[in-house]
Design a protein around this ligand. Structure first.
Ligand code: UTP
Length: 408
């Protein structure tokens, strides 16, 4: 793209300040900036001026799922079907590791965080260990696709290599990058991170399938004969991945999608809840539930809206291909965005100073015909690391890992 073309484009969208330092840049920096301008999807900015109404608008009802006692009764049957599917190579895993983990406050990929106490134990290592349990149980390796972003790709790949993939067969591991989106300040102006560098950040975890396809990995998925993809977050160190019973239960229920869920600890717990919205599966935010709904109980005293999702979903490949071109809403999220100060230095703000544009995997659930809530025990499977201390932190995850017999 030529300078005057970039200028024209930016003028149209009110972002011409991005060229303020153009004349001071080297030839390479100029080229790089023009290429960033050319390759950025500017359409997301319209979501800042006109944010979508993302609140649930349909009729919300509780959804039927599998509770712990129901699962316990049929565990062997579920497991047998899941093990068979895994042994036939029908199940792959997708590790969502493209986020920036700003709440944890580390500049490195979240998975490289060392949560060990008496020894090194990295978040990636915990996840690989969990997956290795399934490999041991089934006698096969589960293909693992790791989503990264421009910001952390090289470091993530190097980390896996340095640590010899934590004992995983590296021919079963593939990395792919997600797309980036520009970040804006509270006035909607795109932030500069350097004189020739636009503040770009990963565009949320909702684009994982399209990024996988764009990276050319759909053919790998198909060649391997994968029919189910288990998507999971990097930060829940206790989660079970490609869990045979979960896979079997989803297959036997005859649905295209399963969601691991924990029962809400109390009616107002701040988790997204799997429900039906206009008879279709949907994840409703805690603040979208009315007081009456939050408190509603079944005859046995359990909460009607009980299934809190933990970002561990199993999707059939068929359903993913079906919804591939469907529109997923864009969320405008307040975040801390490093920016170029007037003196030319890079400032890492203490508080949120801007907004990022993100699509979320939970919005894919709405596009499914059905989704099976599959209850798991919080104390075994839910130890997310979002913060350094307090709730959902390194501390709380360590406590749970110890409870589950992991040496720290
Ligand atoms: P979070 O919502 O916790 O976001 O991601 P984050 O970026 O990691 O952390 P904060 O909010 O800045 O502290 C949930 C999961 O989705 C992945 C994360 O890596 C994590 O596994 N994710 C998030 C992506 O893969 N890409 C993204 O753009 C955002």
């Amino acid at each position: 793209m030529l300078y005057h073309e970039a200028k024209q484009l930016l003028q149209k969208i009110g972002q011409e300040h991005l060229l303020s330092y153009y004349e001071t840049l080297t030839k390479e920096e100029k080229e790089s900036l023009l290429s960033q301008i050319e390759n950025t999807d500017w359409t997301v900015l319209s979501n800042f001026a006109h944010p979508e109404d993302l609140s649930g608008k349909g009729e919300i009802e509780p959804i039927e799922g599998l509770t712990l006692p129901m699962i316990a009764k049929r565990k062997e049957e579920f497991k047998a079907v899941g093990v068979e599917a895994i042994q036939k190579g029908k199940v792959g895993a997708i590790l969502l590791a493209g986020g920036q983990g700003t709440r944890l406050g580390s500049d490195h990929p979240k998975g490289t965080y060392n949560i060990g106490v008496t020894r090194d134990l990295y978040i990636f290592e915990c996840l690989v260990n969990n997956l290795l349990d399934v490999c041991k149980e089934t006698g096969v390796s589960v293909p693992l696709y790791v989503m990264t972003s421009d910001k952390n790709h090289a470091e993530t790949v190097a980390f896996f290599e340095e640590h010899n993939f934590f004992g995983y067969d590296s021919s079963f591991v593939k990395f792919f990058k997600q797309d980036m989106a520009p970040a804006v300040d509270f006035e909607g102006k795109v932030i500069l991170e350097g004189k020739g560098k636009i503040a770009l950040s990963p565009n949320g975890n909702g684009g994982w399938f399209s990024s996988l396809v764009r990276a050319g990995l759909l053919s790998d998925v198909k060649e391997r004969g994968i029919e189910w993809l288990n998507v999971f977050a990097v930060d829940n160190v206790c989660q079970r991945i490609a869990d045979p019973a979960f896979v079997g239960a989803t297959i036997l229920t005859g649905v295209d999608c399963g969601a691991k869920a924990v029962v809400k600890a109390e009616p107002h717990e701040k988790v997204g809840v799997l429900c039906l919205e206009d008879k279709k599966p949907s994840i409703v935010e805690y603040y979208e539930l009315s007081e009456e709904m939050a408190q509603a109980r079944n005859e046995d005293g359990s909460l009607k809206y009980r299934y809190g999702v933990i970002l561990n979903y199993l999707f059939s490949l068929k359903s993913l291909e079906r919804i591939q071109n469907a529109k997923i809403p864009v969320h405008v999220v307040k975040k801390k965005v490093p920016y170029l100060a007037e003196d030319g230095s890079l400032v890492k703000p203490e508080k949120e100073n801007g907004c990022k544009f993100e699509t979320l995997v939970l919005d894919m659930i709405k596009l499914m015909d059905a989704c099976l809530p599959y209850e798991v025990e919080r104390s075994f499977e839910f130890a997310p690391i979002k913060n350094k201390t307090g709730v959902d932190s390194v501390e709380s995850a360590r406590a749970l890992l110890e409870k589950n017999g992991v040496l720290l």
